[in-house]
Write a protein that binds this ligand. Structure first.
Ligand code: FAD
Length: 491
C-alpha cells in the first residue's frame, strides 16, 4: 500500500473545495485535492446530451438516471451524475473534477437579503451583500441573457410562455442570472460555434459555453502551481491520530469503478468539501469504523432546500405550448416569496425532449418548516435520512396552489405524465445542512471537537436558503477560508 504525506488535503472539488483550493494556493500553501470522479477535461472524453445518454450520464449505473423518461441502458462508467436513494427522497449529485458545477443548470441566484438574515442571524449581511456575493458572481462568471435575444430565440419559447402565463395568473416573474456564457449561446444560435445549451446538453455535462468550476476557481488554483488534483480517488474513511493529524483510507478506481490501488494519505490539515451528503457520509462512517469524534450536532438541521417539482400538461395549449426546441439553460423564475400564505420561488424549467411534449416543468423552492436529520446505518455502512411526507406537506400545498392558479388562468392539467399525481416530492437537487455553521462547526467551519478538521460545502447551510444554492455555498466558503487563513489555521 502506497503512503503519501501532504500538509493540506481537501476532499471534493465542488464549490466549497474549489474556493478553498484557490485561496490556500494563493496564500502559498501546497494543496492536494482528492476527487472520486473523473477529470473530464484531462480524459478528453466528450459529454453526452439528454437525447443520447452515454459515458458521462451516470455514475456507475446500468441505466440512465435523469429525473424522468429513462429508457437507456448503459455500460457502467464513472459518469458525472449520481443519484442517492433514500426511503422518501432521491438526491441527485455531481461527480467529477468540478463537482455539482458539471451537472447543474448554472442558475446563479443571490438569496434575498431578508431571508439570508433570517437563516444566518450571526453573519454580517452587509459584508456579504457588498463584498462576498459580488466577489463570487465575478469569479463564477455570472451573466444575464440579453432581453432581445430572449424575445426572438425560438429555444426560449418555453420561458416566454411561462412568463406570460405566470403574469396572467397574477404572479411576479424575475430574470435569473447564469454561469452559462450567453454571448456564446447567441453564436450557437447563429451556428458560428458548436452547440451545447441549444443541443440538449446540461445534466450529463456541457461541452461548451458553461463556466463550470474547472474553468473558473479550479483553473485559477492550478495556475498557481500549488494545487495537485488526484481524480478517481475515493476517500473511504478518516482516522484521527494521537498527534491530531489525520490518516485517510483511499481507493483509486478506474473508469469502470474497479479498485486499482489502495492508498493511505496522511495530512496535518483536512478540509471536507465532499458535498452535503458526501461530507456526512465521511464523518458518520469514520465515526462508526474509526471512532472519529463527531459532535452531537453533526447530521442535524438538514433540509432539501424546499425542492418540490411539479408540472402542467395542456390538452390544447391556449398559449401554443412550449415548443420542441428548448435551451437547457433556465433564465426565468416566478417569485412568490412575499406571499405570507404561499411563499415560494419557482424556476421556469426547460424540458428539452426533442419534441413538443406539451408540458411545463417547474422546480419550486420553498421554506423548510420541518427539518430532517441524517443518521447512520451500521449494517449497510451508509447514511440514513430521517425525512418523510410530513417534511414536504407545506411544499405540496404551495405546489397545489401554484398549479391551480396557473391552470385556472391558462388552461392545463397537473402533469401526470412526469409525476405520480402531478407532484414530485421525492426529487432533491439541493441537499443542505447537517454540519451547520456555528452549530456543528465554529463560526468559520472548523468542526467542533477537532483542531485540524474543517467543513466547507453545502452542509454548512441549515437546510434552506430560498433560492438555488451554489452562489451562497461559494460565498460562505470564501468567508470561512478567508478568516481561517487570517487566523493562521494553515500556518
Ligand atoms: P458538490 O458540488 O456536490 O461537490 C462535492 C464533490 O465531492 C463531488 O465532486 C464528489 O464527487 C466529491 N466527493 C464526494 N465524496 C467523496 C469522497 N468520499 N472521496 C472523494 N471525493 C468525494 N444549484 C444552483 O445554485 N443552481 C442550479 O442551477 C443548480 N442546478 C442543479 C441541477 C442538478 C441536476 C443538480 C444535481 C444540482 C443543481 N444545483 C444547482 C445544486 C448545486 O450543484 C449544489 O448545491 C452544489 O454543487 C453543492 O456544492 P458543494 O460544494 O456542497 O459540493
Amino acid at each position: 500500500i502506497e503512503t503519501i504525506d501532504a500538509p493540506i488535503i481537501i476532499i471534493g472539488s465542488g464549490y466549497g473545495g474549489a474556493v478553498s483550493a484557490l485561496r490556500l494556493c494563493e496564500a502559498g500553501k501546497k494543496v492536494v485535492l482528492l476527487e472520486m470522479g473523473l477529470n473530464w477535461e484531462k480524459a478528453g472524453i466528450p459529454f453526452s446530451n439528454l437525447l443520447k445518454p452515454g459515458k458521462s450520464s451516470a455514475w456507475l449505473k446500468k441505466k440512465s438516471i435523469a429525473p424522468f423518461m429513462n429508457l437507456f441502458s448503459l455500460t457502467p462508467f464513472t459518469g458525472i451524475l449520481d443519484r442517492l436513494e433514500f426511503e422518501h427522497l432521491n438526491i441527485w449529485v455531481g461527480r467529477g473534477v468540478g463537482g455539482g458545477s458539471l451537472v447543474n443548470g448554472g442558475m446563479a441566484v443571490t438569496p434575498k437579503e431578508s431571508y439570508f438574515k433570517e437563516i444566518f442571524p450571526n453573519l454580517d449581511a452587509e459584508k456579504f451583500f457588498n463584498h462576498y456575493f459580488p466577489l463570487v458572481r465575478e469569479e463564477l462568471k455570472v451573466n444575464v441573457i440579453d432581453e432581445q435575444f430572449l424575445k426572438e430565440c425560438p429555444y426560449y419559447k418555453f420561458t416566454r410562455v411561462g412568463e406570460a402565463e405566470a403574469h396572467k395568473a397574477g404572479f411576479k416573474t424575475m430574470r435569473v442570472p447564469n454561469v452559462y456564457d450567453f454571448k456564446y449561446m447567441e453564436k450557437e444560435y447563429l451556428n458560428e460555434v458548436p452547440r451545447s445549451a441549444l443541443n440538449t446538453e446540461v445534466i450529463y455535462g456541457n461541452n461548451h459555453g458553461k463556466n463550470s468550476l474547472d474553468k473558473t476557481y479550479l483553473k485559477k488554483a492550478m495556475e498557481t502551481g500549488n494545487l495537485e488534483i488526484l481524480d478517481l480517488h475515493c476517500v473511504n474513511h478518516i482516522k484521527l491520530n494521537d498527534d491530531k493529524s489525520y490518516t485517510l483510507n483511499v481507493q483509486q478506481i478506474n473508469t469502470s469503478g474497479k479498485v486499482v490501488a489502495e492508498k493511505i494519505f496522511n495530512c496535518k490539515k483536512l478540509i471536507l468539501s465532499a458535498g452535503t451528503m458526501g461530507t456526512l457520509q465521511l464523518l458518520l462512517h469514520s465515526n462508526a469504523v474509526n471512532n472519529l469524534p463527531v459532535h452531537e450536532k453533526v447530521g442535524k438541521n438538514w433540509g432539501n432546500n424546499g425542492n418540490f417539482m411539479t408540472g402542467r400538461n395542456w390538452v390544447k395549449p391556449l398559449s401554443g405550448g412550449t415548443g420542441s426546441k428548448q435551451s437547457t439553460i433556465p433564465v426565468g423564475g416566478i417569485d412568490n416569496w412575499d406571499d405570507k400564505e404561499h411563499p415560494f420561488f419557482t424556476e421556469i424549467a426547460p424540458l428539452p425532449m426533442g419534441m413538443d411534449v406539451a408540458t411545463a416543468l417547474y422546480l419550486l423552492i420553498n421554506r423548510v418548516d420541518k427539518k430532517g436529520e441524517v443518521g447512520y446505518d451500521t449494517i449497510n455502512q451508509k447514511i440514513t435520512l430521517n425525512w418523510d411526507e410530513s417534511n414536504t406537506a407545506k411544499m405540496r400545498e404551495n405546489a397545489k396552489y401554484f398549479i391551480r392558479k396557473m391552470n385556472n388562468a391558462n388552461g392545463g392539467t397537473r402533469s401526470h405524465l412526469l409525476f405520480n399525481n402531478g407532484f414530485g416530492a421525492d426529487i432533491c437537487y439541493h441537499p443542505l445542512g447537517g454540519c451547520v455553521l456555528g452549530e456543528a462547526t465554529n463560526e468559520f467551519g472548523k468542526l467542533k471537537d477537532h483542531e485540524n478538521l474543517y467543513v466547507l460545502d453545502g452542509s454548512l447551510i441549515p437546510g434552506t436558503i430560498g433560492v438555488n444554492p451554489f452562489v451562497t455555498i461559494t460565498a460562505i466558503a470564501e468567508y470561512c477560508i478567508e478568516n481561517l487563513i487570517r487566523q493562521n489555521e494553515f500556518a
